[in-house]
Write a protein that binds this ligand. Structure first.
Ligand SMILES: *Cc1c(COP(=O)(O)O)cnc(C)c1O
Length: 473
């Protein structure tokens, strides 16, 4: 039978094909029970994954893609166990979501208790403490020591949309400034805010209006290089001449860009934009959906340059895998929306709140911000060594447990997405879950759980090194 990550008992309800049982799975999975070791018992994908893939193809819309043809059965720590019993090292964390690791006991316990108590009332009907406690934690933990308020949502995109709604209401202005290479989601407004056409936007328009895209600081490819102040002046000049500061409600930016290629703007770029926003009554919104919650060696990536955003958008790493997102910021801005103006049926679901409270407690009690920093040092040292061996690595960038290499034809800036794809494929076939990204599809990114053991990380990086050797040859 198929067992799920944190269920204490096997499913009693309707069962999927019982023949697809992972060998040896007991249904009593917890992090400690999943050996923290890469173990391959079949070719990847194995026979059970192949059988599920056939069902998937017949049942799931083809617009929903999967990176790997391997089906998960359970997971613990830094390992995902597939339905054939293979143990894969997870360097993706489900896109920066299981930052604290899979099946963290405190999260499992918090979720089990909450779902037994109640799973839903709708906060806008009868509220509950968990929602309030998550807002208190966010108000305490996000940058800035002014009075704050938070509101909870389900997905990153939904939270980004709400940040824009709140900023518009607070300023009485319309325009949203975003940047080249940005990724903010897949809803109509956030598609307009996202830069990359394929696969996120192509054929899905018309898009929301009043979104202005400004030039980003992208040190590897930008003629202004590492001059962050000059890059900010260029963006500001475009905004002022093409929109006008008085029409701008908010400027939304990822402190380290995610899907766009882990682009870390040049030092000084973000602080200069923040000062311009402050001087022009523009709401500065940090989209920390991917970079937040102990991902980059700080709790929030904004902290690396001492940024204090007016609003911070969080999601992904906030709740250890349960769907939850938030907008947090200055009370004067957050309270601008009228009663009933923001919300939703499921927003701030109590089970997701329980998971978030346990994830936040785990980050604080287990020192996971420092753990992310340490992983970052280990990863950086390895990637710089790899770059010395492979001239295809044009750039090593990012911070903490959010780093990437950008691949080009040696000595040029011509992107090499083919190489990124071959390296990824080799890793996938050898039991390491890795992700690519980037406007040009040529960035290989690393998002391990910050709790991954050194042995596991080193084993995964050894596979990566072999992958480069094999893909370049
Ligand atoms: C993933 C992501 C989003 C969208 O989050 P969803 O939960 O997928 O809607 C928004 N912004 C950034 C920076 C992201 O990485």
């Amino acid at each position: 039978m198929i067992t799920k990550g944190f269920r204490a008992e096997p499913y009693a309800g309707a069962m999927p094909e019982p023949t697809l049982s992972p060998s040896g799975a007991t249904g009593e999975s917890a992090a400690a029970e999943v050996p923290q070791k890469r173990i391959l018992v079949t070719d990847l994908p194995g026979p059970r994954s192949r059988a599920l893939a056939a069902r998937r193809d017949a049942a799931v819309a083809s617009g929903v893609s999967s990176l790997m043809p391997v089906f998960a059965a359970r997971a613990g720590g830094g390992i995902v166990v597939d339905v054939d019993g293979n143990h894969l090292i997870d360097l993706g964390s489900g896109i920066a979501v299981t930052t604290v690791g899979h099946a963290v006991p405190a999260i499992v316990a918090g979720v089990q208790q909450q779902i037994a108590d109640f799973s839903h009332t709708c906060f806008t009907i009868t509220p509950y403490e968990g929602y309030v406690a998550v807002c208190e934690a966010l108000n305490r933990l996000t940058p800035g020591d002014f009075e704050k308020r938070s509101a909870l949502f389900n997905s990153g995109a939904e939270a980004v949309e709400n940040a824009v709604k709140i900023a518009r209401r607070a300023t009485g202005r319309n325009t949203v400034v975003v940047f080249d290479h940005a990724y903010h989601g897949r809803t109509n407004l956030t598609m307009a805010m996202t830069a990359k056409n394929m696969p996120y936007k192509d054929g899905f328009g018309p898009f929301a209006g009043e979104v202005f895209r400004a030039p980003m600081s992208y040190p590897l490819r930008d003629p202004l290089g590492t001059d962050g102040a000059a890059a900010a002046a260029r963006a500001i000049s475009d905004i002022e001449s093409q929109v006008g500061a008085k029409r701008v409600a908010c400027l939304v930016i990822e402190p380290i860009q995610g899907e766009g290629g882990f682009i870390e703007p040049a030092p000084g770029f973000l602080p200069a934009l923040a000062s311009w926003c402050a001087a022009n009554d523009v709401v500065f919104v940090a989209d920390e959906v991917q970079s937040g919650f102990a991902r980059t060696g700080k709790l929030f990536a904004s902290e690396h340059e001492g940024l204090v955003p007016d609003l911070v958008v969080t999601a992904k790493g906030i709740a250890g895998g349960l769907p939850l997102s938030a907008v947090t910021g200055r009370a004067s801005i957050m309270d601008a929306a009228h009663a009933g103006g923001i919300g939703g049926t499921y927003t701030g679901n109590p089970v997701a709140c329980a998971a978030a409270l346990a994830a936040i407690a785990t980050i604080e009690q287990d020192g996971l911000v420092a753990a992310g920093q340490k992983i970052g040092e280990r990863l950086r040292a390895f990637l710089l060594g790899l770059q010395a061996r492979f001239p295809q690595i044009a750039d090593v960038r990012g911070r903490g447990a959010m780093q990437a290499v950008e691949l080009t034809e040696p000595g040029t800036l011509t992107p090499d997405p083919g190489l990124a794809g071959r390296v990824a494929k080799y890793c996938h076939q050898h039991g390491v879950i890795t992700l690519t990204c980037g406007t040009y599809g040529n960035v290989f990114r690393f998002l391990p759980p910050v709790t991954i053991t050194d042995e596991l990380l080193d084993d995964a990086l050894a596979v990566l090194s072999e992958a480069f050797g094999s893909a370049v040859a």
